[in-house]
Design a protein around this ligand. Structure first.
Ligand SMILES: [Zn+2]
Length: 212
């Protein structure tokens, strides 16, 4: 469902640009609102959430899908943890659909899907691993890298139940906004993938904005 936000960018307390292919990690306090802005369009932001107080509590795609009875994420979706607690709610969305089934790219899946020579290419899983390695203060380790959300990514389900990676439905300036319902750590890989249409074969920057 398409919904807009009344927050003004100039009133945000945080405005960070995440370069194409880079990672982003930050704590968002309960009650704060975070916006992911697709600056140039057709970019995938592969995102994980953790409870800041207890990093073993993390975003759970299966709990979220079961509770809302729908596989797509958009306005009104409550993102739930592996303990079935509400972590964040999507409060504005000008894109209309986000994926939580397709998973993140990895060097291993790149070789299976595309070519053995693709193994050395950058991938979301490596970006997350680099983030948690360079930021031990978040107390995350390899086991915490679980199923994720692909904001702005379009993975429609066929009538037979199949998953298809389609051209993105995002565009320059589209955004999704989430209100934190607990203190959460947000970990984003601004997807560096060059082999499928999730980034339009051309990774671009996103902006992260936070309001109190
Ligand atoms: Zn990726």
């Amino acid at each position: 469902m398409l919904t807009t936000s009344s927050y003004l960018p100039e009133q945000a307390i945080i405005r960070d640009t995440v370069a194409a292919g880079d990672y982003y990690i930050k704590t968002i306090k309960a009650g704060q609102t975070v916006r992911l802005l697709d600056l140039e369009g057709n970019q995938a932001a592969d995102t994980l959430f953790y409870s800041a107080a207890n990093p073993s509590e993390r975003y759970s795609a299966s709990d979220t899908i079961r509770e809302q009875g729908n596989v797509y994420l958009t306005s009104g979706s409550v993102l739930r943890s592996n303990l079935n607690n509400p972590m964040l709610e999507i409060v504005a969305d000008t894109c209309g659909r986000h994926d939580t089934l397709g998973g993140a790219c990895a060097t291993e899946s790149n070789t299976v899907r595309y070519d053995l020579e693709k193994r050395c290419m950058h991938a979301c899983r490596d970006s997350w691993m680099l983030a948690i390695n360079e930021h031990p203060e978040y107390r995350l380790n390899k086991r915490d890298i679980a199923h994720n959300i692909n904001f702005f990514m379009n993975v429609p389900i066929t009538e037979a139940g199949g998953l298809t990676f389609e051209d993105g439905i995002s565009a320059p300036g589209k955004y999704v906004e989430l209100k934190a319902l607990m203190d959460v750590v947000i970990l984003i890989s601004n997807c560096p993938q060059l082999n499928n249409p999730c980034n339009g074969y051309n990774p671009t920057p996103i902006e992260v904005l936070v309001w109190n």
